[in-house]
Write a protein that binds this ligand. Structure first.
Ligand code: SF4
Length: 224
């Protein structure tokens, strides 16, 4: 990737970020503290798409920070990637909330809100043109693959995503963090299998790309 191409993508992303920041199409656009547009390498081969920002993301304006973000970074490290090597974003750029006794509490984005925000996600995909999209969690996967997608049955499989980009879904880090005991071990095994498949897909020769495949260093103590 030439420096000129990288700079051009950075400019396009900054322009799109400014548009998203000014957007008030949904109610949450006026309620959020920060627009969480996305961040990462504009030339990334791997794009991670989650559901939507939570409280820490809303506070910082950055996707996947806090405990979920730490686990995500560990997951990426297991396939030899740093956070800076990938692009991370969500299906909606503003934090969806409901009123709660101790202030706003997270809620799932409504289909209409995801539809409102989809042009921003599509634009990110157009600009970055990743080799692989990894949807994190069922809502993100459904936004690409339809409402009948079942994460427990269909995670770990390859699908054709936007623009023919290889797309897979795996469990959201927050879901992994909620598991305990034997269920946690099972979920960790499944996520690790999915990550290895992503690593292998990224190692396939890509037309016009000369990137080296990432090294894999292990996740949750499992071997390759
Ligand atoms: S979630 Fe997306 S579409 Fe809705 S207000 Fe925020 S930026 Fe605009």
């Amino acid at each position: 990737m030439s420096l000129a191409e990288r700079a051009a993508r950075e400019r396009l992303l900054e322009k799109a970020r400014a548009s998203a920041n000014a957007c008030r199409l949904c109610r949450m656009g006026s309620e959020r503290r920060n627009n969480v547009y996305g961040e990462g390498d504009p030339c990334a081969r791997l794009m991670l798409v989650g559901e939507g920002p939570g409280e820490t993301e809303d506070l910082t304006g950055r996707p996947f920070v806090g405990r979920s973000g730490q686990l995500l970074e560990k997951m990426l490290g297991a396939i030899g990637l740093a956070r800076e090597d990938v692009y991370i974003c969500n299906t909606v750029k503003c934090r969806p909330t409901d009123p709660g006794p101790r202030g706003p509490k997270n809620r799932a984005p409504e289909p209409a809100e995801m539809a409102n925000c989809r042009p921003y996600l599509d634009e990110q995909i157009d600009i970055i043109r990743p080799t692989v999209i990894l949807a994190l969690g069922a809502p993100a996967a459904k936004s690409f693959l339809g409402k009948d997608f079942q994460i427990t049955k269909q995670r770990g499989r390859w699908f054709e995503g936007p623009q023919g980009i290889a797309l897979m879904a795996t469990f959201h880090p927050a879901y992994v963090l909620r598991q305990t005991g034997g269920e946690l071990e099972g979920v960790k095994r499944m996520v690790w299998a999915d990550l290895k498949a992503v690593r292998d897909k990224l190692a396939e020769p890509a037309p016009g790309r000369v990137d080296q495949p990432p090294e894999q260093v292990g996740l949750f103590g499992e071997g390759a």
